[in-house]
Ligand binder design. Structure first.
Ligand SMILES: [Zn+2]
Ligand SMILES: [Zn+2]
Length: 130
């Protein structure tokens, strides 16, 4: 019990420091730096628990592993790099009001916007050999 509380605190700490959504693999890599070793099963279980507790929300794209970010976050959107798969936060919003005028008779309650392309690192580096 004490152990799982400690693991949860450790993983929360990782998300406090994070400036982008994290995959379970990202979490394992971040925790490995702190000389703690968490197994993948523990990480998945803890992420699920933190999501149920409302601390984390899932950032999901069809056919891709689920990323997570803190729930208490201002409204924002996401960018995914087609080359390395990293997901970055995009602060701000688009003019959804204007777009919704193209939809007659509907009320818009929420929206999702994804941007895709190549991240700054991948723009700098030459494409990896396939
Ligand atoms: Zn990239
Ligand atoms: Zn928005």
């Amino acid at each position: 019990m004490i152990r799982s509380t400690k693991q949860r605190a450790l993983i929360r700490e990782v998300f406090e420091q994070a400036d982008r959504p994290l995959s379970p693999q990202d979490v394992i890599a971040a925790v490995a730096d702190s000389e703690q070793n968490l197994g993948i099963a523990t990480v998945y279980r803890t992420l699920k628990m933190l999501r149920e507790q409302g601390y984390l929300v899932a950032v999901e794209l069809p056919g891709q592993p689920t990323f997570y970010e803190r729930a208490e976050h201002e409204h924002h959107h996401h960018f995914q790099c087609d080359q390395c798969g990293i997901i970055l936060d995009v602060p701000g919003c688009a003019n959804v009001q204007r777009l919704s005028r193209n939809l007659e008779g509907c009320e818009i309650d929420r929206h999702e916007i994804w941007l895709f392309g190549r991240c700054a690192d991948c723009c700098e580096a030459p494409p990896a050999e396939a």
